[in-house]
Write a new protein. Structure first.
Length: 311
């Protein structure tokens, strides 16, 4: 079978990375997944173990030389529970290693950034390419530093800044992952769920993670460079998202909304009270727009047999 090309996905065993590998495979690409802890990844022909941050400097170039990817995707980097210095290492050091490895190679480089690199947008306004940069949290600052390294590299590169993603395998510490986990525990013990969350005041752009996968595949073949935001173009009330998942589960549940304790862990993007991405640039530059529904993403998340992944 003739492939569209070979894609090497760093972070291929994570929540997003797994769906990127599956999307590339659906579109006819030969897929190699690279991760610290190898695991079976749907769509990946090979899954290679490598800690790109702590491995010898020559390890990543050697990997690229051995497998000759046409596209390298950076979807790696831990962030849950890390402080600012650790986040800078997780994203910054990793990105620098990958950029150095692709230097001089005819490789398309795709970086997964975040809409959290932008400053908060006023309610009712769409996030555009011209929206101010100004992350308010450590996660956004670390992502922004990595983005700047990519843009300064001079490579054939594109940074995609996706909004919140949901779907099968969503991280257990995310809002939707936490709610799903509590509902499953209540279902398994045949009890009612009592779930304590931060106040559900926000309206945010949510994206089926499989739509994100298709966006990255579209970016692999596009000529666009620079940065493009990736989102559905719709702001979804977070309370409605939680209520829909509860209703879908059929589990009796009580949702308790409580202000988080000062100094406690903060989820990436949790401070954004309003977020809606302007979908026009992605449509124009990549020929991509979101096509799946949030209801479908939640249904497939709840239906997965193994429950929420660890990411």
């Amino acid at each position: 079978m003739k492939h569209a090309g070979r894609a090497m996905v760093f972070g291929g065993t994570g929540f997003v990375g797994r769906h990127l590998c599956a999307a590339f495979a659906r579109h006819g690409w030969d897929v190699v997944s690279v991760a610290r802890r190898p695991a079976e990844v749907p769509g990946a022909r090979l899954t290679l173990p490598l800690d790109a941050v702590h491995a010898a400097a020559a390890a990543v170039p050697r990997l690229l030389k051995a497998h000759g990817p046409d596209v390298v995707v950076n979807a790696a980097g831990s962030y849950w529970g890390l402080d600012e210095a650790q986040l800078q290492t997780s994203f910054g050091t990793l990105t620098a290693r990958l950029l150095a490895a692709v230097d001089g190679r005819p490789v398309r480089f795709l970086q997964l950034g975040s809409v959290m690199e932008h400053a908060p947008t006023p309610r009712g306004h769409a996030l555009t390419a011209r929206s101010p940069i100004g992350p308010t949290g450590a996660y956004g600052r670390a992502k922004l530093a990595a983005t700047r390294a990519v843009l300064d590299s001079g490579h054939n590169a594109l940074v995609l800044r996706p909004t919140n993603s949901v779907g099968p395998g969503v991280h257990r510490h995310s809002l939707v992952g936490r709610v799903a986990g509590e509902l499953r525990r209540a279902r398994d013990t045949r009890s009612a769920a009592e779930i304590t969350l931060a106040p559900l005041r926000a309206e945010r752009d949510y994206l089926d993670v499989r739509d994100l996968g298709d966006a990255v595949v579209a970016a692999a073949s596009a000529t666009a460079q620079g940065v493009v935001n990736i989102g559905s173009g719709h702001a979804c009330p977070v309370r409605g998202l939680v209520e829909e998942l509860v209703e879908l589960s059929g589990v009796p549940a009580r949702i308790i909304e409580r202000e988080p304790e000062a100094g406690g862990p903060v989820a990436p993007g949790s401070a954004a009270e309003w977020l809606r991405v302007d979908p026009a640039p992605a449509r124009e530059l990549l020929g991509w727009s979101a096509s799946r529904t949030l209801s479908g993403a939640l249904a497939d998340l709840w239906a997965e047999p193994r429950g929420s992944a660890g990411g």
